[in-house]
Design a protein around this ligand. Structure first.
Ligand code: ZN
Length: 403
């Protein structure tokens, strides 16, 4: 039995299946209902967000034997032909390899033929920004006098490269990057339908690694599925995706809390020993510190859409209580700076070691309030029995920084 990758097997067949682009699919559905479909569209957005998929659904919706309909049947000859890529009325052209003026002339000749039974002839040009200037000019002539029942859909990741003259004759739809939560929903659906057991947190890692692209998410799902098979668990998925384990960041933060310089250096050594990328380590640590910071602000984790289970939130909150917001902000800043410097560093390991040591030896500060308590009304320090971590001057400096 041939194996079909998830991205192909689960390519959406109706507008309602397209995730995260409701602002576009709803508008297209309304246009179909009101018989106000434009003759030229630009679909723009990053890779894997549903541009070509939506173009194909629009083509099927218009040419379905039961259509035009917002819900193409998927079983009529027209629908089947478009799905199989064998329809004479729906042509997909790769703009990158058919970018010359001759290619566009061929296309114009082709447009001259009338439809082979479908109601519309639909030309989808992918990567349209790759067309040459002359090719665009040839295309412009067709757009100026669009033949009846011919629809162009131009898909592109770089709309700024399309000439203004073309732009102004098209309706432009901007596809958004898809939110991790929405990608997660689709992954959960697919795994459930495929009878694959999963930990939600494992699928969340896949969703986040995909950075807004559904196609990337499904390719990653293929990758983790071929390794973990029927049971996708967080630990293995982390390892397949090359992500550093959460417990590593917890160790780092424990060592910072305990001011354990040797311990924190050992963590870096282990990370390297296990073959992890230092960049990946820094990014993960940055995210962990951010989560600690948000755990100190009521409701912030939720409102920022950071998906964690109740147990993880409880753990974060209890660890975060050991640090002030100021501490966490400064920790975050140290890690951010290291992340920037890493690209240019000739000694990446040393840079990361310095970073974790800076975190361990983070200046102790006392709050202005406790300082005021320490300084009595006569201006002398009164609570000398309490250890004062830093000099009064540096504390005052620090308070200035905070302000
Ligand atoms: Zn149909």
């Amino acid at each position: 039995m041939s194996y079909l990758v998830f991205a192909r097997k689960w390519r959406p067949l109706t507008f309602d299946d397209v995730v995260g682009q409701e602002h576009i699919t709803d508008t297209l559905k309304k246009a179909i209902e009101k018989n106000r479909v434009a003759h030229a569209y630009i679909f723009t957005g990053t890779r894997g967000v549903g541009k070509t998929t939506s173009a194909r659904i629009l083509a099927r919706a218009l040419n379905c034997e039961k259509g035009p309909t917002t819900n193409p049947c998927g079983v009529c000859t027209s629908c089947k032909d478009v799905i199989a890529g064998s329809s004479f009325d729906v042509l997909e052209i790769d703009g990158a390899s058919n970018n010359s003026v001759d290619d566009i002339r061929d296309l114009r000749d082709n447009i001259g033929y009338s439809s082979m039974g479908g109601k519309y002839r639909i030309f989808v040009i992918d990567e349209v920004h790759m067309l040459t200037k002359n090719a665009f000019n040839a295309l412009l002539k067709t757009l100026e006098e669009p033949p009846k029942n011919v629809i162009f859909i131009f898909a592109t990741t770089e709309p700024q490269k399309i000439p203004a003259t073309i732009h102004s004759r098209c309706q432009r739809y901007d596809f958004k990057r898809i939110g991790a939560e929405q990608i997660l929903g689709r992954l959960v659906h697919i795994c459930t339908m495929e009878n694959i057991a999963f930990e939600r947190s494992a699928l969340m890692l896949v969703a986040r690694k995909a950075e807004g692209s559904m196609r990337d998410a499904l390719s990653l799902l293929d990758q983790v599925y071929s390794f973990c098979r029927e049971n996708l668990n967080e630990k293995e998925v982390r390892s397949v995706l090359g992500l550093v384990g959460m417990e590593v960041f917890e160790h780092v933060v424990d060592a910072i809390k305990a001011k354990d310089a040797a311990g924190v250096l050992k963590v870096v050594q282990d990370v390297l020993f296990q073959g992890f990328d230092l960049q990946e380590f820094i990014l993960g640590l940055q995210e962990h510190i951010r989560n600690l910071l948000f755990a100190r602000i009521p409701g912030a984790l939720l409102s920022r859409g950071i998906e964690l289970d109740a147990e993880a939130i409880e753990k974060l909150t209890s660890v975060a209580a050991h640090f002030s917001e100021g501490d966490l902000l400064r920790m975050s800043e140290i890690v951010r700076k290291a992340e920037q410097d890493l690209k240019w560093s000739a000694y990446p390991r040393f840079l990361v070691e310095l970073m974790v040591l800076k975190l361990v030896f983070l200046d102790n500060t006392v709050s202005l309030e406790s300082l005021m308590r320490m300084i009595g009304s006569d201006g002398n320090l009164t609570e000398l029995s309490d250890p004062i971590p830093t000099s009064v001057a540096s504390v005052a400096d620090d308070q200035k920084k905070k302000i």
